[in-house]
Design a protein around this ligand. Sequence first.
Ligand SMILES: N[C@@H](CCC(=O)N[C@@H](CS)C(=O)NCC(=O)O)C(=O)O
Length: 275
Amino acid sequence: MRTISENRCFGGTQGVYAHDSQATGCEMTFGLFLPEEAAQGPVPVLWFLSGLTCTHENAMVKAGAQAHAALHGIALVFPDTSPRGEGVADDEAFDMGQGAGFYLDATKEPWAPHFRMERYVTEELPKLLFGEVPLAEEQQAITGHSMGGHGALTLAMRHPGRFRSVSAFAPICNPLESDWGQRQFEGYLGSVEAGRVHDATLLMAERGLDAPLMIDTGTADQFGDKLGTAAFAGAVAERRAEATLRLQKGYDHSYFFVSTFMGDHVDFHAEALWA
Ligand SMILES: N[C@@H](CCC(=O)N[C@@H](CS)C(=O)NCC(=O)O)C(=O)O
C-alpha cells in the first residue's frame, strides 16, 4: 500500500493510497479517512461506493462525509469504480468500461481479465485494509451513490452478515430493466439474464436484506427513469422488509443532493455500528 497523499481532516487523516491489485490486474487507488480515535485502536468502517464516471476522489472531496464520520469516530473507505490503465479494456460510453465497473466480476471478453470489482471490493481491499489499518472487521456498514448505490445494495444482499447497516443515495435499483444495467450485463456477463443475481429488486424479492436500510432519492433526479425506485420499493413492501425510503423534494442526482443528506446517513450507520 503506497501513500499518495495524507491530509489532516476534522482531527483525523484523509489519505489516498495505491496498491497492485490481483483481483483487477492493475494498480488501484482508494481514499481512506481515519478519525482521530484510530490512533487508539480499531474503529468501525463505512464503505462508500461511487457512481458512473467517478474515481476514488469524487465522493471523498464532494460528499462531505468526513465531518460526520469524525463526530462518530468512524472510518470511511472510498474505492475506485473500476480497473484503469492503458492495458485495460474501455468503451466510448461513460456508462461502460473504465469508471463503470458495476461492482460485479465480468466473465466475458474483453472485460473479464480486469473487471472484477466485486472480488476487489468484498475480498481483496478488505483483506488489505483489515491487515494494515486499525479498522474493526466486525463493525462494517456500506453506502453508495447511483451505480455505487446499486453496489451497496447488491453486495450487502450477496454477502449477508457482513454489513450492520446499508444505505444508498439515488441507487440504481432495478438494472435488469434499465439502460443503466442491460447493456452492462450483456457486455460484462454475456446476457441481461445473467445480471439477475446483481439486481437489487430481484435480490430483495428472493433473498432479502438482513440489516437496516435507508435510501434517499431526489424527486428531480434527472436520471429518475433509470433508477427503478418504484420497483425496489414494491419489493421491499412485498417482503415487509425493514427500510426507510425517502423521496426528497426538488433534489437532483448530484453531489449537492448527496452532501445534503450525508449527515442523516452517517448518523443512521453510527447507530448500527455502535450498537
Ligand atoms: N456524465 C454523465 C452523468 C454521470 C453522472 O451523473 N455520474 C454521477 C454518478 S451516476 C456522478 O457522481 N458524477 C460525478 C460527480 O458528480 O462528481 C452525463 O452527463 O449524462
